[in-house]
Write a protein that binds this ligand. Structure first.
Ligand code: 5GP
Ligand code: MG
Length: 180
């Protein structure tokens, strides 16, 4: 696994420090709001588990699946798999996402959830790759852990064809790995 990584972009320490900082911000933001924290599976799982423990207010957990990726390429079309269990009408919704790339997936999810009349929907993404944004998408993440360059990253939940999710850090995958 390790030998397929060209460069460690974000170490475990960097990730945990930033998540604690975001935790303070989100704890203040959601005090008294009893938010529903929605994770976008599967890439978010590791970030979600660390982040939710730093949001020190009562909240509920929920998950959705939205995917637009095959290998390292965004198909540009997002599809759902899996429904939310919570009713979000009148509730504050916080979406946690691993990476905001073209923006297609979250735009799709946002437009779906907003029709259910929540009190608010905000987005916290661990990584943001603004260089890849679909110019038609105006939706922006409300909080970003780290901006990353235009490279394909894996680890800490992020996969390449379902592998590398269990790397404890975020690294850039060697291009020859996906050229194989
Ligand atoms: P978007 O719809 O914003 O283009 O894509 C968002 C999803 O694509 C992310 O949730 C993630 O699953 C996947 N994705 C985008 N960029 C990367 C990347 O650099 N590495 C990995 N592993 N997944 C990515
Ligand atoms: Mg994702």
């Amino acid at each position: 696994m390790e030998r397929d990584i060209a460069e460690v972009l974000l170490s475990q320490e960097q990730l945990q420090t930033r998540i604690r900082e975001l935790g303070e911000i989100l704890t203040a933001e959601y005090a008294g709001k009893n938010p529903i924290v929605v994770g976008v599976l599967k890439g978010v799982v590791i970030f979600y588990a660390d982040m939710i423990r730093q949001i020190k207010v009562p909240c509920q957990m929920d998950f959705m699946r939205v995917s637009s990726y095959q290998g390292t390429q965004s198909t540009g079309k997002a599809v759902f798999g899996g429904k939310m269990s919570e009713n979000i009408e009148g509730r504050h919704v916080l979406i946690l996402e691993d990476i905001f790339d073209t923006g297609n997936s979250l735009n799709f999810l946002y437009n779906h959830l907003i029709q259910k009349n929540p009190a608010s929907i905000k987005i916290c993404t661990l990584l943001d790759k603004p260089s890849r944004r679909n110019p038609e998408i105006t939706l922006k993440p409300d909080w970003v852990g780290f901006e990353v360059p235009n490279a394909f990253v894996v680890g800490y939940g992020l996969d390449y064809n379902e592998a590398y999710r269990n790397l404890p850090y975020i690294g850039i995958l060697k291009p020859e790995v996906y050229a194989e």
